[in-house]
Design a protein around this ligand. Sequence first.
Ligand SMILES: Nc1ncnc2c1ncn2[C@@H]1O[C@H](COP(=O)(O)OP(=O)(O)OP(=O)(O)O)[C@@H](O)[C@H]1O
Ligand SMILES: [Zn+2]
Length: 686
Amino acid sequence: MDNHDEPPRRSGDSRSNNSILYIVVAIVVAFFIAIYFIRPSRDTITPAQLVDLIDAHEPDASGKPVGSLAIENSKGKKILYSNLRNATVSKSMVSAVVDREDLDADNKDIASSKEKGAPIVTYLPGDEQSLNEITDALKAHGFKDYSGDPGDGFLEIYGGLLFMTALIVILFYLMMRRLGGAGSAIAFGRSRGKMHMQDDLNISFEDVAGIEEAVEEVKEIVDFLRSPDKYQELGGRIPKGVLLVGPPGTGKTLLAKAIAGEAGVTFFSLSGSDFVEMFVGVGAARVRDMFQQAAAKNPCIIFIDELDALGKTRGSGMVGGHDEREQTLNALLVEMDGFDSNSGIIIIAATNRPEMLDPALLRPGRFDRQVLVDRPDAAGRADILKVHVKSVKLDESVDVKKVASITAGFAGADLANLVNEAALLAARKGKPAVSMEEFDEGVERVTAGLEKKQRVMHEEEKNRVAYHESGHALVAYCLPNTDPVHKVSIIPRGLAALGYTMQRPTEDRFLMTQGELESRIQVLLAGTVAEEMVYDEISTGASNDLERATELARGMVTDYGMSRLGRVNYRQSGRSAFIPEAPDERMRSHSEETTREIDLEVKRILDEMLQKTRSLLSDRRDSLIALAERLIEVESVDGEELRRVIEEHSHGPRIVPGTDSPKRSRPAGEADKPEEGDAPSAEGAS
Ligand SMILES: Nc1ncnc2c1ncn2[C@@H]1O[C@H](COP(=O)(O)OP(=O)(O)OP(=O)(O)O)[C@@H](O)[C@H]1O
Ligand SMILES: [Zn+2]
């Protein structure tokens, strides 16, 4: 493994920003310590001590107290001691300024070491007894209600301190605000520290294996970066933002680097989580700065890893930090809208949770191009292994294909890790070359690690998913009015789906005939039907299939008048069944009886479709088994191979009689559209 493969982000420089924070905190702390030492000395005493202090002094003959006592409340307002109670109900701080001239001699323990005239501060509790004691003591010693000048009051002493603190806080705040402003002059918070820049990456598409489809999709970007003029002349619109979507470790970062390497442009990289900072505005400033730096280096690629960290749906965050993220996200959106797509800057972002992203990020002119970076199938894993074993000495016992076959569920990074483990094991044993034994051992180790993260599929689970997906694919293949199957796979994709069957829509769908809707329902049901045929019972993996099938059947009844309830629209909102909405919203306006009839009719349609699907699949049982076995073996099968496997094992005609009635035909105008679709749609993910 080359070490340039290691993502260089999160190197030491992420600390630099924190250290600025530490410095600021240190300054504030130092300030308070300094204030503590230079402030006038003051004692804090308890109410009881205050009483003692007063008691220690007999009034003189005229009844005038010795010394003087000024009492203020915490706001620095002079108060009458007879009002002490009111002033202290809320345990407010009261400072009593005692003229120490005479007190010092008698009250050594409290006041002896202190300067004369320094205020004595006490927290007077609201409790009756202490208050009574204090006021009694004051009265007994002839204190009149205070009216004189208290000297240094609370505000005079603390006021300065408060003022300075407020000043610092305000300055600090302004500094942060300034950073939020365009093109700040202060270097603090610049993304230079966080953003990694690599000028001559020597990573090419050859280093990226097992994800050919993704590589194909991004080749256009390389072309554009190499010769932007050509594209500009032709007036082609190049995407500004490309979103690489896929599970962790599948090579998204690697692919982005390879694009930069192939095109020979500068590669800026940073992680979405780096943007989310403690202080509002820092992340936003970083985004702006990043674009500035990139503009100076164009053509270039900006790679944002973990886009979901900053691009989470707005308003979904916790209370703290969410403001900051919102600002950062907005800054990113503004910057992306601001630059011309022909400027030579392409932003590539990676995420393994596309569903978490704020929809605004996916709008045209932003990350409007999505590239799926999937877990590799068996052949892909062999290719990835070949890339990584290049730097390792192998003995002849190692069969890369065999290693690939025992590493189902491994992503590219796991395979790289495996090769590394095997090499380390061999070195530890003092072997001259890595043998199959070390690979077997390595697989065990890596698997144990992955099992904790629940990323490995067990054999039995894998087989079940293979039958399930084969069911979807076979029915989609056999029924006449469905979109052609583009790919079937049992490689887990995303976090929820265990496998998937991908159909390419033949055209943009605005209309669907009843037959097409029925076929679609059958395709959705076919996954569980296949499971049921082989395992006698179905699994929980299919709840989404059933949900979607039910939704379609309900649409037929309530929206399109395609049921025994007649040609009536039972839905008031008039929206399409393709837009899922809460069932209760739809049902609101009918009587209970109608609702029941609708439910029964939906059930009847589903039952009928289930029956058809069952007979279709049992007629094609051989094909189903062959397809599933092939899937278990190679994990993903494309449309071409699918056709071959099914036809080789089929005995029946392609169009199953009874599923297509002569009455049904495509709506006029649709037939002459080109037989090829653009966006693949996942169908029947289980
Ligand atoms: N398709 C692949 N071909 C060759 N090597 C791969 C592939 N995928 C991953 N690797 C190896 O795994 C390492 C880590 O992969 P990378 O960081 O690109 O994954 P990622 O998808 O960006 O992961 P994450 O989502 O965790 O950021 C790579 O540097 C490379 O060594
Ligand atoms: Zn399914």
